[in-house]
Design a protein around this ligand. Structure first.
Ligand code: ATP
Length: 294
């Protein structure tokens, strides 16, 4: 009986894991009701693993023919760099990320990962190469241990703990009476927004994809949660190419490069200090957030 049960149980686990990963990506973009628009071509090949260089090469895109949304986006993210995308609401930040996951094809130009045009690679291999930390992570009605292990089901307990430590979740877990075996989700402990994002970071760290996409929560976090997430994110960014949709500019201060999008165009790009000196869009956004915070 046990012999039958174990593989079935494992298959169920793998299935939930795959569903979870997809749900996270779909949730990132609010795409749960949207049917896939893009299908793999007959010549599509798996993405060849590389260091994680992303190139947006004159990317143009529109959802509807008469309304251009992205108007010639050009920038490169070098392997292991952390690049933040900022800009006002409706500027096109999420659209850019939807194109990176190839939920849509670019209308003109190209997006390449390690030199490979996304239109020539299979969607499965593309999405396996990208780890996602969405604003609101999907948690399952299992233990914290299993929720983190969804990142890579074959991971050992030691590897799970290592990811938890890097994601700065260990202190929180140690304070729970049942520790890492505490059930979360509907039937268990409810996690705060910040704790959930750290579970997502731990999952992504366990998966160790060459590219990580982080959609920062818009909702305000207490300063302790925000600081823990920032530190966790810094750990991630050391190892992987990291792209962040940033709503709070405190997240982007240490980015290697900040891309400022306005109305579908890159209006500025540089480090925090360089952009402040320019006294342009970014400096205005920064001043506005400082005002709101005080
Ligand atoms: P926010 O910070 O508010 O999330 P954003 O910078 O991420 O904004 P996008 O979500 O990329 O902006 O939207 C860019 C523009 O594209 C907006 O004008 C939006 O209305 C439009 N848009 C987004 N999704 C669709 C869609 N599925 N169909 C048509 N238009 C869309």
């Amino acid at each position: 009986m046990m012999q039958v049960f174990m593989p079935l149980n494992f298959l169920g686990f793998v299935y939930r894991e795959m569903k979870g990963a997809m749900a996270n990506i779909e949730k990132l973009f609010g795409l749960l009701d949207v049917k896939a628009k893009v299908v793999d071509g007959p010549e599509a090949k798996p993405l060849q693993p590389g260091p994680g260089r992303i190139e947006f090469d004159d990317v143009r895109f529109q959802y509807h023919p008469d309304r251009p949304i992205l108007k010639g986006i050009r920038f490169t993210v070098e392997p292991r760099q952390k690049v933040a995308i900022v800009g006002s609401s409706g500027a096109g930040k999420s659209t850019l990320f939807k194109l990176l996951f190839r939920f849509y094809d670019v209308s003109e130009g190209a997006i390449r990962i390690d030199g490979q045009d996304l239109r020539n690679v299979t969607q499965h291999s593309l999405r396996s190469a990208i780890g996602v930390v969405p604003q609101d992570t999907v948690l399952f009605n299992t233990s914290i241990l299993e929720n983190v292990r969804y990142g890579r089901v074959s991971a050992t307990d030691q590897e799970v703990w290592e990811a938890i430590r890097l994601a700065h979740l260990d202190g929180f877990i140690e304070r729970l009476p049942e520790g890492i075996d505490t059930l979360v989700g509907e039937r268990g402990l409810k996690l705060s927004g910040g704790e959930k994002q750290r579970v997502a970071i731990a999952r992504a760290l366990l998966k160790r994809p060459p590219i990580m996409v982080f959609d920062e929560a818009t909702s305000s976090l207490d300063s302790h949660s925000e600081k823990s997430i920032l530190t966790a994110l810094q750990e991630v960014a050391l190892e992987q190419t990291t792209l962040v949709i940033a709503h709070r500019l405190s997240t982007v201060v240490d980015a290697d490069s900040i891309v400022v999008l306005e109305d579908g165009e890159v209006v500025e790009q540089g480090t925090h200090d360089a952009l402040l000196q320019r006294q342009g869009h970014y400096a205005r956004l920064w001043a506005l957030q400082r005002q709101q915070a005080s």
